[in-house]
Design a protein around this ligand. Structure first.
Ligand code: DOR
Ligand code: ZN
Ligand code: ZN
Length: 428
């Protein structure tokens, strides 16, 4: 099968391309990129006025399978990803059982192959059952295809365990993705600690709970020479630590989420549990610093931390609700608002969703190079739409963006040369 994507604005930041071009796809590969490509017997895709980008990659997704299929499963989660413009996602291991051994990882890979519509790359746990006490068999997880290790959902509290994890992970060049939270400080917290937590009467989670762990992990990365990736950076103090670590040449990368880039703790005043997320939405000052860091090379990628929950876990008192936001289907539109507002350049934004995440995990993806897998995301930058979670492919309808209007949405998602999402509909 051949696809000819005609006349789109092709943005391939890794190759410094931003130009109106055609792309020819044959079977599962990109075979040609250029002007006025002519080819017979192919499906023509008119991409005029659209942005044609390398397939977007989201390295932080909770797919919930096995164990929590009532929240999400690989079938629904990969469809949500395709509808959100993502061709590759990495799934976190906080499932039941935890993805801490080769049989669970193999199960996830099989389900993804049989039921998934995008590429799913599994992340293995750091410690057995994510209990923070005993290391997983890192060599085994590497061999079965894990692209990284993480105990996300919870921090690795013991510094000695984190140190040994880093030492082993380094032998396999596996990055360790750290959920930075000092539980002694975050305990029972519901939202960011500050003016609004006092005003709304909710227990706060101080930025220091994150910053302390970021500092510890930077120190351990320096000690071991291993690669630490900081998940969902939310506090400006964390960014400052990361900036300095990068200047020192320590192997540190980091991600930010769409919600931490666009929402502040003020909106928690709605007492809508869909605003409850860990780390919490921070202050206006934090958000400003995060946005500025996007263009400065301090932030390596955007990641959604897609955390779907069941209605019952959110339809309750704020303090009883689960933490998490269903983010796959809004990530593109929400972060593109920063492009429209002139806060970040278009090419930088594409890079943060493509070559940026690919480089964090050392993936051979994120470009439109000839010969590469035809993973392509096409965006309609002018499409205006309100967020309607009832139309989500994800089972998780928990989004604080519901009812908000955004401009710039995924229009077509092509994975391995096959159209999996087109104009609002999943094709597989
Ligand atoms: O808000 C969150 N939800 N933060 C996490 O760290 C875990 C995640 C989840 O798994 O629900
Ligand atoms: Zn986390
Ligand atoms: Zn997470």
């Amino acid at each position: 099968m051949r696809l000819l994507i005609k006349g789109g604005r092709v943005i391939d930041p890794a190759n410094k391309v931003d130009k109106v071009l055609d792309i020819l796809v044959e079977n599962d590969k990109i075979v040609e990129t250029g002007q006025n490509i002519y080819a017979e017997d192919c499906i023509n895709i008119d991409a005029e006025n659209k942005l044609v980008c390398p397939g977007f990659i989201d390295i932080h997704v909770h797919l919930r399978e096995p164990g929590f299929e009532y929240k999400e499963d690989i079938y629904s989660g990969t469809r949500a990803a395709a509808a959100g413009g993502f061709t590759t996602i990495c799934c976190m291991p906080n499932t039941e059982p935890v993805a801490d051994n080769k049989s669970v990882i193999s199960f996830i890979k099989e389900q993804a192959r049989d039921k998934g519509v995008v590429n799913v790359l599994p992340i293995g746990a750091i410690t057995k059952r994510q209990q923070g006490q005993e290391l997983v068999e890192i060599a085994e997880l590497f061999k079965v295809g894990c692209v990284a290790l993480s105990d996300d959902g919870r921090p690795v509290v013991r510094a000695d365990i984190m140190r040994y994890a880093l030492e082993y992970a380094k032998m396999f060049s596996l990055p360790v993705l750290s959920h930075c939270e000092e539980p002694a400080l975050s305990q029972d917290g519901q939202m960011n600690e500050g003016f609004y937590s006092t005003y709304y009467g909710l227990k706060g989670i101080p930025a220091a709970a994150e910053e302390i762990m970021v500092a510890r992990d930077i120190i351990l990365a320096k000690l071991t020479g291993a690669h630490v990736h900081i998940c969902h950076v939310s506090a400006r103090g964390s960014l400052e630590l990361i900036r300095r670590a990068k200047e020192e040449g320590i192997k540190i990368t980091c991600e930010v989420t769409p919600h931490h880039l666009t929402l502040t703790d003020e909106i928690v005043g709605s007492y809508d549990a869909d605003t409850k997320v860990n780390p919490p939405l921070r202050s206006k000052e934090d958000v400003e610093v995060l946005i500025n860091a996007l263009s400065e090379g301090i932030i390596d990628c955007i990641a959604s931390d897609h955390a779907p929950h069941h209605k019952e876990a959110k339809d309750c008192e704020y303090s009883a609700a689960a933490f998490g936001i269903s983010g796959l289907e809004t990530s593109v539109a929400v972060t593109m608002s920063l492009v429209h507002q002139g806060k970040i350049g278009l090419s930088d934004w594409v890079a943060l969703n493509t070559i940026g995440p690919a480089q964090v995990l050392g993936l051979d993806k994120g470009t439109l190079n000839k010969g590469r897998a035809a993973d392509i995301t096409i965006i309609d930058p002018e499409m205006v739409k309100k967020v309607d979670p009832t139309k989500f492919y994800s089972k998780g309808k928990n989004t604080p963006f519901k009812g908000m209007e955004f401009k710039g949405w995924p229009w077509m998602t092509i994975r391995g040369g096959r159209i999996v999402f087109e104009d609002g509909k999943i094709k597989a």
